[in-house]
Each structure stands twice: as C-alpha cells, then as structure tokens.
Design a protein around this ligand. Structure first.
Ligand code: ATP
Length: 370
C-alpha cells in the first residue's frame, strides 16, 4: 500500500546542510500498523511529512497504492491534498470556531465535487459513532477534554475513507492514564476501519503495544525493523537494545570459546556468563553483554552455575506491582525488576542470575556508537 524507497531529505541552514533523512526504505502492506520509533531529531517526523506531501524529498521515491507520489529525479510531486491520506498530529488542530460535527465534516465539505449535504452529515456522524463521540456532535470544539479532542481529530482523519492514516505522536499531549487508555482505543479503532497506518512516536511502550511492525530510527536511518517481539528479543545492535526497553550493558572479556559458545568474564572479576558468540568473536575479544531488566533475577547468594554477576544495591524504587532495583557492578549501573515481596535493602550485596539464552553479545567497539 505504501512504499518508501531510499528517502532522503536535507535542509540548508545557516550552519550548513542538515541531513534529516539519509536513505530510509520501508513498505507497509494494506491494513497494517507500522511505527517509526526513535529519539528526538532522528528524522521520523520528516519521513512522515514526506509521505504526507507536506515536504518534498531530496531523493528517493514514495509510492501509494501503486502510484508514485514523490520522486524528485523524475520531477514528480503530488501535493498533500491529492494524496488521499488522513492525518492526526500531536496538536489535534481541532478548529475552535466550529462544533464537533463541523470539524469532522470539513474534509468532505472542501472535497471537489462536494458530496450532497445529507451524505456529508451521514458520513460525519458515522465517523463520530466509530469514535464514540456522536452524542457530542453539536458541542463546541473548545469545550472538549484532551481525549475527546483526540477522538474528534481521529474521526476527521478517517471521514473521507483515506487510503492511509498518518499519526504523528497523537497521544503525547494526554496525561499518563488517558494516554494508556487511548492507546488501546486507537489500536481498536484502526483495526476496526482496517486502515493502513503509519505511526510516529518516541515512546517505546506505545510502539511495542500497538504496532504490527516497528522500525527503530537513528540519525536519519532505520536501524532495525520487524515485529515488536522480534525487535525486542533480538535487537540488531546496541542502539536498538538500549532504546527499546532500556537494556543493561556490561563489558567482559571472552576467556574461552569453542567456536559457538564462549565464557565471558565481566570486568573487575564481577562474575561470568557462558553465552552464544556472534560470528567473528573469539577468545581474548572484548564484548558487551546485553540483557533486559526483567531478565536480571536477583539472589542473595552465589548459585554455582557461573552465570552470575556480583553487584550491590544502590537504589530501590517502589512502583506498585514491581520494584525497580538499581545495582552497581563496579562503576556500571544495572537495573533489575523485583517482585515487591522480595525483601531488598540499599547497600546490600546481591547476585544477578543471568539466563544465557536471554543475553546478547556485541563487540565492545559498538559502545562508542551509543
Ligand atoms: P522529534 O520527535 O523531536 O519531532 P524527529 O525524529 O521527528 O524529532 P525531525 O523533526 O524529523 O525529527 O527532524 C530531524 C532533523 O532535521 C533534526 O535535526 C531537525 O532539527 C532537522 N529539521 C527538521 N525540519 C527542519 C527544517 N525545516 N529546517 C532545518 N532543519 C530541520
């Protein structure tokens, strides 16, 4: 449905050329939910704006439903209003001088040729019913809560039945509780209308919960793309491991290897783990062992398996269902999640049990890229 190939976008600024997008390629099948996830300034909004037709790419090609809508080397640029897309932004851009129904009707009112008045009303009411806002159709747009405005913006985006829905951080203006609720609502709505969706966010939990595919972007390039679980479980590099899920990193030296597996001994003699080695890593190499906080089980005695790290508890943060535990391994901070029933005290020595199957090994040089 949407194909982006070798997309580039640069801007001339007084400080020189800024390359916001450096060659992004991806494809979204019809009806699929695709998320661009990355830190501030990585180029995700610029990518979305190029798809929307609000920015002209510097290079590459964008195809929507088989039609090329942007390709600078062929001088092709179809403007936004001719692309058949719906959009919702961070600021919902609900028009304050119109009521709810007028806001949602607007994309049909400006359509050429304009549909009959009754049809416009029926379709707008249908879109409002979908988002559960039909009872407030006559309410002034200024008298809506944040969540209601978000629903109206969504209804307005889908009222024309567009081919693609573009969502740029649509939940980030909501408070934490509403944000979580709207996350599920939005996911259900998108599934109900079965619309191809491109979603932009810097929030990893949103991306994990909502997407069919996540593309993690760093510095204008896709670092890794795949289903949420695959990207989370098998991050392709340390940037992805760190950005998606706040992984722990410990440096170690490989002291034995049999070609596939090796013994990695942590710096400062803090412990070791026997792990699968990636190609090209051998005895004597420096590596980073990466593991998730939920895979760092805490114990208060050595277990004799050799897959352990010695640490001391530096901070405990009660979070209701879980307690987040910060530990020091030498000078390195490691996070673990504890069930609140586990009694732990700041300053106590502890052992982190590592599950080798849940550890990923990277050459230590990659740390410099973080
Ligand atoms: P955020 O989450 O903060 O919006 P982002 O990942 O969406 O970040 P972009 O808005 O795409 O990032 O910006 C990518 C880079 O391009 C940034 O360095 C930004 O400063 C630069 N940039 C974006 N728009 C322009 C512009 N119109 N002129 C100059 N530089 C720009």
């Amino acid at each position: 449905m949407l194909k982006v190939e070798g997309l580039e976008r640069s801007y001339a600024t007084p400080d020189g050329l800024v390359q916001a997008v450096k060659g992004v390629s991806f494809e979204i099948p019809s009806g699929s939910f695709y998320t661009l996830l990355g830190p501030s300034g990585c180029g995700k909004t610029t990518t979305l704006r190029c798809v929307a037709g609000l920015e002209q790419p510097t290079a590459g090609r964008i195809t929507i439903d088989g039609t090329v809508v942007a390709q600078p080397d062929e001088d092709i640029f179809v403007p936004a209003y001719k692309r058949d897309i719906g959009m919702v932004f961070q600021s919902y851009a609900i028009w304050p001088h119109m009521n709810v129904l007028e806001n949602v009707s607007y994309p049909l009112v400006v359509r050429k040729p304009r549909p009959p008045r009754d049809e416009i009303k029926d379709r707008a009411m249908e879109a409002l019913r979908l988002v559960g806002m039909d009872a407030l159709a006559n309410r002034s747009a200024t008298k809506l809560s944040g969540g209601q405005q978000q629903r109206v913006a969504f209804a307005r985006a889908i009222v024309r039945n567009p081919k693609i829905l573009l969502l740029d951080e649509p939940l980030s203006n909501l408070d934490a509780k509403l944000r979580e609720q709207m996350r599920y609502e939005l996911q259900e709505l998108v599934a109900r209308v079965a619309i191809t969706t491109l979603y932009v966010t810097h929030d990893q939990s949103e991306a994990l919960a909502m997407s069919d595919t996540i593309a993690v972007i760093s510095e204008g390039l896709i670092s890794q793309a795949g289903p949420p679980r695959a990207v989370y479980d098998r991050p392709a590099n340390e940037f992805v491991a760190g950005f998606l899920g706040g992984a722990n990193f410990l440096t170690a030296t490989v002291t034995e290897d049999d070609g596939n597996n090796g013994l990695a001994v942590f710096d400062g003699g803090a412990g070791s783990v026997r792990v699968a080695l990636p190609a090209g890593i051998h005895t004597g190499d420096r590596v980073n062992i990466v593991f998730r906080p939920e895979d760092a089980a805490l114990h208060f005695a050595a277990n004799g398996t050799g897959n352990q790290v010695h640490a001391s508890i530096s901070r405990l943060s009660f979070q209701g269902g879980l307690t987040e535990c910060h530990l020091k391994v030498g000078a390195t901070l490691v996070r673990s999640m504890l069930h609140p029933s586990v009694e732990a005290k700041v300053g106590t020595e502890a052992w982190i049990d590592l599950n080798p199957a849940r550890c990923t090994v990277y050459p230590a040089r990659e740390t410099s890229r973080l």
